[in-house]
Design a protein around this ligand. Sequence first.
Ligand SMILES: Cc1cc2nc3c(=O)[nH]c(=O)nc-3n(C[C@H](O)[C@H](O)[C@H](O)COP(=O)(O)OP(=O)(O)OC[C@H]3O[C@@H](n4cnc5c(N)ncnc54)[C@H](O)[C@@H]3O)c2cc1C
Length: 358
Amino acid sequence: MSSHYIPEIGPARGQSTDEARRRLKQCGEAGLFRHAVAKEFGGLGDSFEELCRDHELLGKQTRDPGLVLAANAHIWGAVFPLLRFGSESQKRDFLPKLVSGEWIGGHAITEPQAGSDTQAMQASAVAVGDGFVLNGCKRYITNTPIADLLVVYAKYEGAISAFLVFHDDLGVSFADGPTVQGCATATMGDIDLSDCLIPSDRLLGKAGMGNIMIHLALELERAFIFSGIAGVMQWQLDEAVSFARTRQVKGSALSDYQAISHRIAEMKLRVETVRLWVAKCADHCDRNKRITVESAATKWYASEAFLSSSLDTVQVFGTRGLEGEHVALVQDAMAGRLFSGSTEIQKNIIAAMLGMGS
Ligand SMILES: Cc1cc2nc3c(=O)[nH]c(=O)nc-3n(C[C@H](O)[C@H](O)[C@H](O)COP(=O)(O)OP(=O)(O)OC[C@H]3O[C@@H](n4cnc5c(N)ncnc54)[C@H](O)[C@@H]3O)c2cc1C
């Protein structure tokens, strides 16, 4: 195994913002953000398959979907858009700092009035002199309170474009909140843009290409975020097996009851199926193939599977399951059905690729 991780074992619920940043930086220092990135930009020049191996290890050892989410928002929200659409100078100046974890990034698509419907976004960009002025509000953006650099999507001349915004740019505030209950170890917040002035070389990709860039970023995020979460699901399975074998009910191990052992068999099937879907996405990416349907299917299946297995784990543990970590994972799994596009949106994508829907 190529593994560089793991600097820290165990979840960190209730952590401070500083702690969240430190843990994410540790992921960077361990090489987690360098996978599938060319060596000239500080990457390992390796494959998506190798990326998946380290992500699963991260999930299994930290059992922290919030940390997995934060790492994936950084990678697919900032590193890969820069890699694919950045100018030579943007790549040279920004990528090494992002892949090393010195800088933390993410992407800002969602707004108070625009979630699944990205076209409804109202954030705007206007060209002035040798730059752009951005206005608007982004909401629920992972890593905002700890980010150095965010890829912010806004409408310029009626079409969505992408802009690189730094936390210390004039007229921007990266707020700490509002937050949500699921994946709470990932920091989250609003980005308030109030006549935020940025130089023209902060446009990422061509003007008007934002829609395509969002699709590509989310395709990758949907495909690979559940690689880390498969590690969490494996840990849930191991815990459920171990508990069911030792817990005695009416003179027998819990695992002797088929109602329990079948529940655990379903957990096994789910985690293995998640791995198969993620591996299919990795294989396609390693062969430079698009993964529109594959990543939507992975996100849909894996997020529902994670929720089912989280509920099953609590049930197998009985009331003990409600004491702490296992029930917290139910909330994390619920968040998993919503981030990177909800289950309904993944179904819409697959239906559209089959020529159905509006
Ligand atoms: C933990 C977490 C982290 C997040 N991180 C980020 C981030 O880093 N960057 C970012 O930009 N956003 C982020 N988000 C926001 C997330 O992408 C949006 O919340 C998500 O896209 C859904 O949008 P919404 O909440 O506005 O729901 P809405 O779009 O209002 O949808 C409400 C409900 O209606 C359903 N629905 C909507 N449209 C349709 C349709 N056409 N057909 C059928 N059903 C539909 C949805 O599935 C959902 O169940 C994050 C969210 C969470 C929970």
